[in-house]
Write a protein of this length. Structure first.
Length: 139
């Protein structure tokens, strides 16, 4: 009986570790429906999938990520905004400055060709950048 309990614990632990390693740019809910606060969570691009940033669904001036990482090349950032507060996403740095249109109750995609380095991403709606900004590290 003790051997079965130990084996079950080992299998469950292995399952949890495998599930944790299967995260990705869709952590916090693909088009990312996480807590909507600037928790400092991060996401990474591992082969062309979009990096998703979700605005607070209640309309607060915040989103769920402050750090992102991706490989050099074409990188797509997806903004999810289920609230009626307008938001957009802009990437700036290393000679790049590109943004989406404002969106309410929907999504916006931004694809940029990035070289290795650090970039800033933020909401360019007036008054939002102070609490809706982060760093995108490209390797």
């Amino acid at each position: 009986m003790r051997r079965i309990t130990w084996l079950l614990a080992l299998i469950l632990t292995a399952g949890v570790l495998v599930a944790a390693g299967c995260g990705g740019d869709d952590s916090s809910g693909g088009s990312s429906g996480s807590s909507g606060t600037s928790s400092g969570s991060s996401s990474s691009s591992s082969g062309g999938g979009p990096l998703t940033v979700t605005a607070d669904p209640g309309g607060a001036i915040s989103w769920d990520k402050t750090t992102l990482s991706a490989k050099a090349g074409k990188v797509t950032l997806k903004l999810v905004n289920d609230s009626q507060t307008p938001h957009a996403i802009e990437v700036e740095g290393n000679g790049v400055e590109k943004k989406t249109d404002n969106v309410t109750g929907g999504t916006a995609d931004l694809t940029v060709d990035l070289k290795p380095g650090k970039y800033e991403f933020y909401c360019p709606v007036p008054g939002h950048k102070a609490t809706m900004h982060g760093t995108l590290t490209v390797s």
